[in-house]
Design a protein around this ligand. Structure first.
Ligand code: ATP
Length: 352
């Protein structure tokens, strides 16, 4: 039985992760869960926002299903953790958010976000089916910033050839494996000639080794415009960390919003699956959250661990429930709660 570290998270996290767990269990997949608490609750109980026991669990399982986690805005709030450094001695490291802490500490260098239309999920578009590959370890998004003086703030955009080539290799290998045809590289190398220039060069160099996969490049602003005009023409998007963060939400909007967009963070020997959405405190604890993004993240996880059949069954059950229009959550124009929607999928899995 493969074990998974389950992080319920904050806000709507506990509701949507419970839904994903119920669906996985009904699918017959051979998975066992270890629950781990991080964030403010963990800090109050143990003094650390990510206690050593959580890292121990992940080191054992190498697999994480994570609900959204809350990080306070503004100020100089950082997540501080104690972990061994390269020389084995304990050191303190700090990050701007819990999600970034886990992505960096676990070496999860790719953020994979599939975006596609589902039946009866209202959207302005049809035929959208693309995969976003977002570099996950560097760029402005890692929050390397400082106040120069009270009126001046500075952020460092660090891009390396190694990290750029690494995510590009993952993206081209993935496209080849799943039989997709084309990758579009997003950049702003016309202005950020050194940082985005290096990103573009490094990713295009990798592309040369994959003659079967077409590739092209777009300046990020033009890419955003084309995405809202003709999203169905895109297949794979390869983006730096910050552009990837922004374009992921834009693309979620193309297919029905944040309630339906799943994600995976993948490294060489460990992976963490989480929805694109945040903690949505406005609807937390009210049985209003759409668990679909979290369930689809679980589907990605099942494929990753070789439980492709269970993944297919869940995907089909989800599409059937949406297709029958019996249980649709409020964000998608229906009136079903989180629990009723989940139960409808569980019932479909038990009696297709
Ligand atoms: P955070 O600070 O954690 O990012 P947020 O509320 O600012 O939280 P999101 O959680 O990404 O950002 O959500 C933005 C809005 O989208 C929420 O206010 C919520 O109404 C809606 N939303 C997000 N996720 C879902 C979901 N799974 N189901 C229904 N509505 C959602």
């Amino acid at each position: 039985m493969r074990r998974v570290t389950l992080i319920p998270g904050d806000g709507i996290g506990p509701e949507v992760t419970a839904a994903a767990r119920a669906v996985i269990e009904a699918s017959g997949a051979q998975l066992d869960f270890e629950t781990a608490v991080i964030g403010q609750q963990a800090e109050q109980a143990t003094g650390s926002p990510v206690p050593p026991s959580v890292f121990e669990s992940i080191e054992r399982t190498k697999l994480v299903l994570k609900g959204p986690t809350y990080t306070p805005f503004g100020g100089n709030y950082r997540i501080r953790i104690q972990r061994p450094g390269a020389d084995g001695k304990m050191e303190e490291r700090s990050y701007p958010s819990l999600a970034i802490t886990l992505r960096k500490e676990l070496g999860l260098y790719v953020n994979l976000r599939p975006i596609k239309n589902y039946p009866n999920v209202p959207s302005r578009y049809t035929g959208v089916d693309l995969v976003i590959f977002r570099e996950n370890s560097e760029d402005l998004y890692v929050g390397n910033e400082r106040m120069v003086d009270v009126d001046t703030a500075e952020g460092i955009k660090l891009i390396t050839r190694g990290a750029s080539a690494r995510v590009a290799r993952f993206a081209f290998d993935y496209m080849k494996k799943v039989g997709r045809r084309k990758i579009t590289i997003g950049h702003k190398a016309n202005v950020m000639k050194m940082t985005d220039g290096l990103w573009l060069k490094a990713t295009q160099d990798v592309a040369k080794a994959y003659p079967d996969i077409e590739n092209d490049a777009r300046v990020i602003d033009a890419l955003c415009m084309e995405l809202v005009i003709k999203p169905e023409t895109f297949d794979g998007l390869l983006l730096t960390n910050l552009y990837g963060d922004i374009v992921s939400d834009l693309c979620a909007g193309l297919v029905g919003g944040l309630g339906v967009a799943p994600g995976a963070n993948i490294g060489d020997d460990c992976a963490m699956f989480e929805a694109v959405h945040g903690t949505a405190p406005d609807i937390a604890g009210k049985d209003l959250a759409n668990p679909m993004a979290m369930i689809l993240s679980a589907v990605l996880m099942l494929r990753y661990v070789g439980e492709g059949e269970a993944a297919d069954r869940i995907d089909a059950a989800l599409s059937a429930v949406l297709g029958e229009k019996r249980a649709i959550t409020r964000d998608l124009g229906g009136s079903a709660g989180t629990k009723a929607f989940t139960e409808a999928i569980v019932q479909k899995l038990k009696k297709p």
